[in-house]
Write a new protein. Structure first.
Length: 338
């Protein structure tokens, strides 16, 4: 379906995978789309920290660690990323620890990562948005306002934006969506408030030489850690030897306001208890909205009267795949095909 000639553009707030997926499907259908993102770049929680210290440059994926592709449409999308060099399969040696014994997961799964960093798929999608105005970075949307003429966007950096939008899609974490939705839709606000999003602490470790363990990634089912990975084992990685520590959601929530130094000390201690060496340097990052427990399974939310939609992994199972599918779903509702 081709939109009418006088169709107002669509505003997509959030340039994570859900927002970018939605924007791409709408663009393919002939819609004009503007994507707003508060950060310096796209990707959301498919994030990579890059920096340089005395030992040289380093990088580490500190958000989503890998993704799977069970849905045929998403698997086809991942194949496009692979062909573009933006993703590759990560044939990691995996293990799990229950506090007393190690075991090897028995379920074979294809696991993928962005290459040369986890942000690459989002970067590739963002590069396909067309003209520079289609993606506006470092723009923190503070209000969305509905009038007879359509939607207006107000941001902290630029005030009221000039275009009038026919449709708004919020592709942001549920708590952020709830704040924007409160003045315009009680139903959408209630939905966003019903999603319980949890925080997570991540600590990125650097070493002078490769660290040899019996695994590249491990699920830890005891103590403060939940996941440990040798980021340097992922395809396409360069720079210093890096490892990533993710604290469990329960521990993270209990310590979400702790200092970065105290969190780093405790998680590094847990890593060394697993047999890892002390790092040369470590950097902590606090994710306030890391996952949803339990995630919703409605796919997306759409109000045909308001021309207002919601998308995100929190609406579609809580995974990277769910984020992409949610963006596709809300775009389909806008187009009128789903």
């Amino acid at each position: 379906m081709t939109p009418p000639a006088n169709h107002h553009p669509v505003a997509v707030i959030g340039a994570g995978l859900a927002g970018l997926s939605c924007a791409h499907r709408l663009l393919a259908a002939g819609y004009s789309v503007h994507v707003f993102e508060k950060s310096r770049g796209p990707a959301g929680r498919m994030s990579t920290r890059r920096a340089e210290d005395d030992a040289g440059p380093w990088q580490c994926d500190h958000g989503a660690q890998y993704f799977t592709a069970r849905d045929p449409a998403f698997r086809a999308e991942v194949a496009r990323w692979e062909a573009a060099g933006a993703a590759a399969r990560w044939d990691a040696r995996l293990s799990s620890f229950d506090g007393s014994a190690w075991s090897t997961p028995q379920t074979p799964l294809e696991r993928f990562v962005g290459t040369p960093r986890m942000t690459a798929p989002a970067g590739w999608l963002a590069s396909g948005l067309g003209n520079a105005g289609a993606l506006q970075l470092q723009t923190t949307v503070q209000r969305i306002e509905r009038s007879a003429a359509g939607w207006r966007i107000v941001s902290a950096e630029h005030g009221e934006h000039a275009p009038t939008y026919g449709t708004v899609v919020l592709a942001v974490p549920a708590p952020q969506a709830a704040q924007l939705l409160a003045p315009v839709s009680s139903a959408a606000t209630a939905l966003a408030q019903s999603a319980r999003m949890r925080g997570s602490w991540a600590v990125m470790l650097r070493f002078a030489a490769p660290v040899r363990m019996d695994w590249d990634g491990a699920f830890i089912n005891t103590g403060p850690l939940r996941w440990v990975a040798r980021d340097s084992s992922k395809p396409g990685r360069q720079g210093q030897e890096t490892w990533l520590l993710h604290a469990s959601p329960e521990w993270s929530e209990a310590h979400i306001e702790d200092t970065a130094d105290s969190v780093t000390a405790e998680l590094v201690q847990s890593f060394t208890a697993l047999g890892g060496p002390a790092p040369l340097a470590a950097t902590a990052h606090r994710w306030r909205y890391a996952d949803t427990e339990p995630p919703l399974t409605m796919g997306c939310w759409w109000d045909d009267t308001l021309h207002l939609g919601l998308a995100g992994d929190w609406l579609h199972g809580g995974k990277v795949e769910g984020a992409w599918l949610s963006g596709q779903a809300v775009a389909g509702r806008i187009i009128g095909q789903d």
